[in-house]
Design a protein around this ligand. Sequence first.
Ligand code: SAM
Length: 349
Amino acid sequence: MNNELISKLCDLHDLSDEELGCLINERTPEDAKRLAAEASELRDRVYGKKVFMRGLIEFTSYCRNDCLYCGLRRSNHNAQRYRLTKEEILSCAENGYMLGFRTFVLQGGEDPYFTDDVLCDIVSSLKEIYPDCAVTLSVGERSLGSYKQLYYAGADRYLLRHETADADHYGILHPKELKLSHRMECLSDLKSIGYQTGCGFMVGSPYQSTESIVKDLRFIKSFSPEMVGIGPFIPHCDTPYRNQKAGTLEFTLFLLSIVRLMLPDVLLPATTALGTIAENGRELGIMAGANVVMPNLSPNDVRKKYSLYDNKLCSGDEAAENVNELRRRIESTGYKLVTDRGDHIRFSK
Ligand code: SAM
């Protein structure tokens, strides 16, 4: 058991690259148990027993990109494409507001239809109708000017997973026109503008190594984002990675705990992908240090069409309308699902 390394991580909120590699490669179930307990205790010190909820509106399944792992990739001709109108997005938000959501996450493929003007109009209308709510965008790589316009239109937060901080690995997972350097430039632009910014990566993505994960953790520590999205990679049958193995529950939980211990005040979702690979994945995520859940607020008839990976959850507790069941499940872990905006808190020892 890596007791010494874990104690050091708890004290310093960091380890050397070599130590992180060792913690990962030599991990045991006892390590995972202790890390989860330490991560939970730290999260409770910063945020209390609160789990924040975000209403996810998946507003377009069109994407100009061709990421090899993603079901929305442009060369997937079996994908069902849709885009929501402004009125449909506002109606999702109205429904979400009634259910108690105070953060709306607008996520989609990189769809050229949503120009700055179109997206700014949607963001500013949302903020006008719901001034007490936060708007998070997750619409991929755009220019600095575009990010600024969206920020001035009222967007508060932006999620842009870096996917992998290892340039060679990035080159394997993406077509050659997509570059890690540009993704990183976007992240730094978002942060400099003032967004609460989120990065993140998939656990168990094809060709991922311990070295690449250590690079992810090093990047996350130095970038110090307000949010980190980590979920298992899950293959999609209409992508080149259809036969690759999915990331595991065990490793995702282990990394959630490490990220919590490295960034005590991070907002860390127990993702849909985690809930997809295990029935109680989300609860286990909370118990490993996560403190955010993002149920789906998209209209029922499009949910199945936003197919990033096979068997993606979109009903049951994943559906925003079943928030009471989700609340019951979260409360069974000793936590409380809260309806406030859930902004980032700066941690000081
Ligand atoms: N287009 C935006 C972007 O690039 O950030 C947001 C949408 S993108 C589909 C959201 C996230 O889904 C990606 O950052 C990726 O990590 C995740 N994702 C895509 N395919 C996945 C898969 N097969 N398994 C797990 N997660 C996946």
